[in-house]
Design a protein around this ligand. Structure first.
Ligand code: NAD
Length: 311
């Protein structure tokens, strides 16, 4: 099998590559805008592995690289939910247009299967929780979430019109080794600058499910291998949640710091576009026979340990 991984040098993408290299030939296509070559460096000389440093907005490069692939894993995007407020074109280009380019290039080269990294941000602020996959209407409140929803729409339309098949995973917050963004990463940087005070965006009560990155990759592959509809959509995360204050306290404890002041910026959400309370209904993955190995709190603890171990 020949796997094409757009965004394969990124945090989640590179962990996916770790699993796929033993399953077939792998092409990583990444512009290294937020990914790092060091995450895949050890595979560069391996038979059957290819790294193409290029942009998904470059359709010619994309066509040349994708053309003999059997399955496309599309893991590339602007990874920050927050940035859309300051640059309203970013998610449109790096989320929606790039997805269109992937799909159109697949169509032109007769590639039929796509696995897509979507996000629970597609749900926006829902009337009830936990949120199942068939919840509606889907009304994202960030441009990041809007671009994920637009991408999902493009994917299902391409599936219907051109006989393609898709696996769409709406991730919770993914944490673990190689993370280059996210709450743990931000908190570590803040505490490095000032070990006496930790600024927490919002009032700290925001609660979300966190999934360990290896669990996330296992879930993607399990869902992909065990479902066969035309457009298969799954929430991928834990049922339980961890609050932002809890993450701050876990980190402070792991760093062995004492007397750290927690300074809250206030308000019930971290930033405009942040959904402060998220609980996902994961029955669909459970019915397939899959559950994450680690709870949300365990995932956060493990991620803290791994990230600190590298500093
Ligand atoms: P990441 O930034 O580490 O990975 C994204 C990768 O895509 C990077 O390597 C980047 O260089 C590459 N990329 C971005 N734009 C590109 C372009 N135009 N052309 C080529 N390569 C490009 O982020 P991640 O956390 O690993 O996220 C992977 C996917 O999962 C993303 O689609 C993200 O939106 C989604 N997701 C992540 C989380 C999370 O908590 N990390 C949650 C929900 C969804």
């Amino acid at each position: 099998m020949r796997y094409f991984i757009a965004g394969g040098a990124g945090f989640i993408g590179s962990h996916l590559v770790d699993s796929l290299v033993s399953m077939g030939e792998v092409t990583v296509y990444d512009n290294l805008s937020s990914g790092k070559q060091e995450f895949i460096q050890h595979y560069l000389k391996r038979d059957g592995f290819r790294f193409v440093k290029a942009d998904l907005l470059d359709r010619d490069r994309l066509a040349g690289a994708i053309k003999d692939s059997d399955i496309v894993f599309h893991m590339a995007a602007n990874p920050e939910v927050r940035t859309g407020r300051f640059d309203t074109e970013l998610d449109l280009k790096q989320g929606t247009i790039t997805t269109y380019n992937v799909l159109e290039t697949m169509r032109l080269h007769g590639i039929k299967r796509i696995v897509f990294a979507s996000s629970s941000t597609v749900y926006g602020e829902t009337a009830g929780q936990p949120i199942p996959e068939d919840y509606g209407p889907l009304q994202p409140i960030s441009l990041y979430g809007a671009s994920k929803l637009a991408s999902e729409g493009l994917i299902t339309a391409f599936c219907h019109l051109f006989g393609m098949q898709a696996w769409i995973f709406r991730f919770a917050n993914v944490v673990g080794d190689r993370a280059t963004h996210g709450v743990i990463f931000d908190f570590i940087n803040k505490l490095k600058q000032n070990p006496e005070e930790l600024e927490i965006l919002g009032d700290g009560t925001q609660k979300k499910p966190y999934i360990y990155v290896r669990d996330c990759v296992d879930g993607i592959l399990y869902g992909f291998q065990h479902s066969d509809g035309q457009a298969n959509v799954f929430n991928l995360g834990n049922r339980d949640t961890t609050s932002v204050t809890t993450i701050g306290r876990m980190l402070i404890e792991s760093l062995g710091l004492t007397n750290v002041r927690l300074k809250y910026t206030g308000g019930n959400r971290g930033w405009p576009g942040d959904v402060p309370q998220v609980r996902l209904d994961t029955t669909r993955m459970e019915k397939l026979g899959w559950k994450p190995k680690y709870t949300s709190d365990e995932a956060v603890r493990l991620a803290i340990k791994e990230i600190l171990g590298k500093i």
